[in-house]
Design a protein around this ligand. Structure first.
Ligand code: SAH
Length: 388
């Protein structure tokens, strides 16, 4: 795995850290601490969707109450990540503000007195306290300057966003970020940048696409530079085309910064070359968010079973049994190698290998969950020590 580009001053690998604040403003700091290997307890009554998602996946311990002294004493560091003594200024919002973030209520931010109290308790116990990310005045919108930059953030490791993508985030007035975006990059925004969490959680909360489109357009028309930060590439199952159309319809200029799609990066990070000269002459990327046979599916699974290319299945953890069964039914050898890579480029990355006949059962048995990509094809059994 690459080194995260967001560096913290402290060596935190494996150490317990308590973070006060789990709203959108805290997302970047939380993700950067995770990237540094800290074990996080996040104290927040109204977490942003992306933070709740991290908790649901067991990646942070989310609590509505401050830890008692016994627990606090175990912490190596306390981080105040929101509403630092009232200086937050309400410039960063949660998903609740997605439809109207101008009059931000600092949704999800911890009250300043709470921050002060935790600061004092930590100090009494001799635990270092890190201040919130710097906050500052909201940059004044400049009429006519507004635009939307569609930035592909790569698979999740903050080291895998492009230089251009990172620069765009650093210059943005507003960043509208998804759950799968490399959230640690949000720790790099300039003071005053508004962060909007429009996390889309499978089967859970989602800000409707129309609301996201309207948000992008409204901020841009007001003269703000808006970065739409997504995981992977915005045009690979990322609805970037729809957002562009909405902007174009409103006369908002759009720039595009391509990203490294998980379709390619996921296999690569698991050591699978998606093409290999002696094994295949191409790869096919499909979404399996609806299973074979579903009236909404436009894929020809019989043809996919015969392509001779590697198949990369996105959004397919839930439908993998149906997908693999369809491929075998249409003639794909059940012994064809397959691998599922979950959380590629994130601290919890895991890979399960098998065959198209058993990969669905193995993926389920190992408890792998979204986000995950499944590779089906001879390259899934790639051995760097081999000669083929
Ligand atoms: N625009 C994204 C894809 C969005 S669809 C891209 O280009 O990567 C969401 C799907 O992408 C997930 O269901 C999963 O299949 C895949 N995905 C995204 N990030 C991933 C990651 N870090 N590890 C594994 N799969 C990932």
């Amino acid at each position: 795995m690459t080194r995260p580009s967001v560096q913290l001053d402290l060596e935190l690998a494996g150490l317990p850290v308590v973070v006060l604040g789990g709203g959108a403003a805290a997302l970047g700091r939380i993700a950067a601490l995770r990237a540094a290997g800290a074990r996080l307890t996040v104290v927040e009554e109204q977490p942003s969707d992306a933070v709740r998602d991290l908790a649901d996946r067991g990646l942070v311990d989310l609590r509505s109450q401050e830890p008692d002294d016994a627990r606090l004493r175990e912490a190596a560091l306390v981080v105040i990540a929101a509403a630092d003594g009232g200086t937050d200024g309400g410039t960063r919002s949660g998903a609740g503000g997605a439809a109207d973030t101008d009059t931000d209520t600092a949704a999800g931010a911890a009250p300043a007195d709470r921050a002060d109290r935790l600061r004092r308790r930590a100090a009494a116990l001799g635990i270092p306290v890190a201040s919130a990310a710097p906050v500052g005045p909201v940059p004044a919108p400049v009429p006519g300057r507004g635009r939307v930059v569609l930035v592909g953030g790569g698979p999740g490791d903050p080291g895998l966003i492009t230089v251009a993508g990172l620069e765009a985030v650093r210059r943005a007035d507003v960043v509208v970020a998804d759950r799968l975006a490399p959230l640690a990059v949000l720790d790099e925004v300039r003071p005053g940048t508004e962060i909007v969490d429009v996390a889309k959680i499978p089967g859970g909360n989602a800000t409707p696409q129309e609301a996201i489109n309207a948000l992008l357009v409204r901020h841009a028309l007001a003269g703000r530079v808006v970065v739409r930060l997504k995981g992977g590439d915005n045009f690979v199952f990322g609805r970037g085309g729809e957002e562009w159309q909405a902007c174009a319809a409103a006369g908002v200029p759009v720039d595009v910064v391509p990203g490294l799609s998980s379709a390619v990066a996921g296999p690569a990070l698991a050591g699978i070359p998606i093409t290999h000269r002696t094994l295949n002459q191409g790869f096919t990327v499909v979404s399996a968010h609806v299973p074979p046979g579903d009236p909404r599916s436009t894929l020809d699974w019989a043809a996919l079973a015969r392509t001779g290319t590697a198949l990369v299945v996105l959004m397919g953890v839930g439908t993998l049994p149906a997908v693999t069964a369809a491929l075998v039914r249409h003639g794909l050898d059940p012994a064809t190698p397959a691998a599922t890579v979950a959380d590629a480029g994130l601290p919890g990355q895991r890979t399960v290998r098998g065959t198209v006949g058993d990969i669905a059962a193995r993926t389920a048995a190992e408890g792998l969950r979204a986000p995950a990509v499944t590779v089906i094809g001879t390259v899934a059994a790639f051995d760097p020590g081999g000669t083929e």
